[in-house]
Design a protein around this ligand. Structure first.
Ligand SMILES: C[S@@+](CC[C@H](N)C(=O)[O-])C[C@H]1O[C@@H](n2cnc3c(N)ncnc32)[C@H](O)[C@@H]1O
Length: 286
């Protein structure tokens, strides 16, 4: 991400940045704070299923600008650490964490997060794995396993393909169309393949939820951002023709592929007894 302005007046003059920016950063620049496919409603259900309590040490991978962090900090928890490689995102999330002495953000990469073994009771990741290659998805799943204490749980929220037996040619075509539009490699999996990814890393899936993929639909934007936030977003987009063009193109691609796209959330638990943790493999899930 280059010089990104997340301010309320981000609609400003058109720049070539609007051409190049990854879709989620473009949306963030226009004032969107919820950057995951199932919206804040699916995040709330995921957090409900995770049941974070006063004793839980929470790690969030790829927290972006911190909307989920805000929800975690509003509830009970023992400690929160956000890990994101992006400096602008870290600056944004630091604002959300201000005043919370039990919360911090660190520079890091989910593939090798640098945190001690078993240091977390809960790991959260949303809209982060979809953009990773098959090998990196597997690496991250094993890294989350290492980071969690036995019995700990991983809550993830990602883009998913349907049905589970969707033809590989459709997977390739949808991934290509998405990547071209959002300008970042998008490699969603079916719910079955997401489940396989985490079970191959040693987890047991305890809960699964779905929502329609409506990231840039007006009704979802209002639901996610509230009326004021949505009006600010619509106004910023209206004032920025290049951003508008790109966001409309994203909406068209999401709409054209709606029969195959949805959002999925999973809660996966690291078993209490993990004598022989599985070794990392490349599951070739794409
Ligand atoms: C689409 S945004 C989602 C942000 C936020 N989780 C949300 O759902 O609103 C993806 C986030 O993942 C982060 N990210 C990308 N690659 C990552 C990696 N290898 N390790 C950790 N975070 C990563 C990005 O910097 C960004 O903050």
């Amino acid at each position: 991400m280059t010089e990104t302005d997340y301010s309320d007046n981000a609609g400003g003059p058109t720049t070539s940045e609007e051409h190049r920016a990854a879709g989620h950063w473009l949306l963030a620049k226009m004032g969107k704070r919820v950057l995951r496919p199932g919206g804040i409603e699916l995040t709330r259900r995921l957090l409900g299923a995770l049941g974070i309590g006063t004793g839980d040490r929470v790690v969030e991978l790829g927290p972006g600008i911190g909307r989920t962090a805000q929800l975690v900090l509003d509830g009970s928890y023992a400690r929160y650490i956000g890990v994101d490689p992006n400096a602008d995102a870290r600056q944004q999330i630091a604002k959300v964490l201000t005043g919370h002495h039990d919360a911090a953000v660190e520079e890091g990469d989910a593939r090798a997060n640098g945190l001690p073994d078993g240091c977390a009771d809960v790991v959260i990741s949303e809209a982060m794995l979809t953009m990773q290659s098959a090998a990196d998805k597997s690496k991250i799943a094993h890294e989350v396993f290492r980071t969690l204490t036995p019995g700990g749980r991983w809550g993830m929220h990602e883009l998913s393909l349907k049905p589970d037996d969707v033809d590989q040619s459709v997977v390739d075509q949808v991934s290509k169309a998405l990547s071209r539009t959002i300008k970042v490699g998008a490699r969603p999996l079916t719910t079955k393949a997401w489940t396989q990814l985490v079970t191959e890393a040693g987890f047991e899936v305890e809960w699964t939820g779905h929502n329609p993929m409506k990231l840039v639909d007006p009704t979802r934007i209002i639901a996610d951002e509230g009326l004021r936030g949505a009006l600010r977003f619509f106004n910023n987009v209206r004032r920025n023709p290049q951003a508008r063009q790109r966001i409309m193109a994203m909406r068209r691609v999401f709409h054209a592929n709606r029969d195959h796209l949805e959002a999925v959330a999973l809660v996966a638990r690291k078993p209490v007894s993990t004598e022989a943790a599985p070794t990392e493999t490349d599951p070739k899930l794409e």
